[in-house]
Design a protein around this ligand. Structure first.
Ligand code: ACO
Length: 322
């Protein structure tokens, strides 16, 4: 028997306002045809004025707790992966902790941009295996549209708002039992100019906007994601072809297709929500995971590989048995 981080429940939240590609063409010179052909995106959700990242995260957390059959009293750690915190401080996770009525446990934010949820799985898994945490709420939540320049067509059409949450619980399981089996994270800080936000408390004293040289990021993303998936699977000697489902970061349908082709993965086993959610950064993987569990595709006992690539650059993968 071995202690593993077992996925006990999932939840999600998407703001009610939807911006279609035609809506985007009111801000910038673009078209539904261009956006669908180059990205697969058809629409994105946008948080209402006054609706904060912590609000999205709290909704998703309530749903994940209910799905796991737990209450906030059972949780001893909250980790929020986000690039768009409510405030520079306190951590958005502590605001979620307050919203859930918790006066116990610990909460912190994790910043790895679009790879934030994968980094979160890596950190939470290590904490659970070491005994440092028992029942953990891991949330990816973003109000990413707040850091978009709605006059820059090369970035503003790509992103949306949302939150996805999971409850990971320490459980003593057999070797072939449920839980996180392996994870792999990497970063390379030499490419800030290809993907960054041009503001921050220490540099400009402003929040700033997303800047990206998309086609250069694209090439790196396909190569590095495929490598991370191979390395992650190799940690537990699991051939990629034996994995039941793939839940990628939802940046671009062409990246999903490119990785699937490179690793000879059946496209029907790749979960895609990019058309409806667009790129919700740290929220995209848990949102896609929740979607595929709720619609019955991912079932208990299935093996699932999560992966992401994002600003930093950061990238990684995580393999679990649901
Ligand atoms: N509408 C119409 N035309 C556009 C738009 C738009 N919204 N955006 C760009 N174009 C134009 C460009 O100006 C360019 O025109 P030109 O040829 O006259 O110069 C042309 O379309 C082609 O531009 P490319 O950038 O080469 O297009 P590409 O096919 O690479 O698609 C995209 C761009 C969608 C951004 C793609 O490169 C991509 O998805 N990149 C990776 C994104 C990613 O994975 N990011 C990491 C995660 S995000 C994060 O961490 C925050």
């Amino acid at each position: 028997m071995t202690i593993r981080a077992v996925l006990a429940g999932t939840g999600h939240y998407l703001p009610s306002k939807i911006l279609t590609n035609d809506d985007m063409s009111e801000f910038v010179e673009t078209s539904d045809e261009w956006i669908i052909a180059r990205t697969g995106i058809r629409q994105r959700h946008q948080a209402a004025e006054g609706e904060l990242t912590s609000d999205l995260a709290t909704h998703a957390a309530h749903e994940a707790l209910a799905d796991a059959g737990l209450t906030p009293d059972d949780i001893d750690l909250i980790v929020v992966a986000t690039t768009t915190p409510d405030f520079t401080f306190p951590a958005t996770a502590t605001i979620v902790q307050k919203n859930l009525g918790m006066t116990h446990g610990a909460a912190f934010d994790l910043q790895a941009v679009c790879s934030g949820f994968i980094y979160g799985v890596n950190v939470v898994d290590a904490m659970i295996r070491s005994g440092a945490a028992k029942n953990v709420l891991l949330i990816g939540a973003e109000t990413f549209t707040r850091i978009l320049d709605f006059t820059d067509r090369t970035t503003c059409v790509l992103f949306g708002d949302g939150a996805g949450a999971v409850v990971l619980c320490a459980q003593d399981v057999s070797e072939d039992g449920q839980g996180v089996l392996a994870s792999f994270i990497r970063s390379d800080g030499h490419h800030k100019d290809l993907l960054h936000v041009d503001g921050g408390p220490s540099s400009t004293g402003t929040v700033g906007h997303v800047r990206m040289i998309g086609n250069q990021v694209f090439k790196r993303a396909v190569t590095d994601i495929a490598d991370a998936m191979r390395q992650c699977a190799a940690k537990v000697d699991m051939p990629i072809e034996d994995i039941d489902w793939f839940v990628p970061h939802q940046a671009n349908q062409r990246i999903l297709n490119g990785v699937a082709k490179k690793l000879k993965i059946d496209p029907d086993t790749v979960i895609s929500t990019v058309a409806k959610h667009a790129n919700t950064s740290a929220a995209s993987v848990p949102l896609a995971l929740h979607t595929a569990i709720m619609d019955g595709r991912i079932k208990r006992g299935d093996t699932v590989m999560l992966e992401a690539f994002g600003g930093g650059f950061t990238w990684g993968a995580a393999l679990l048995r649901y």
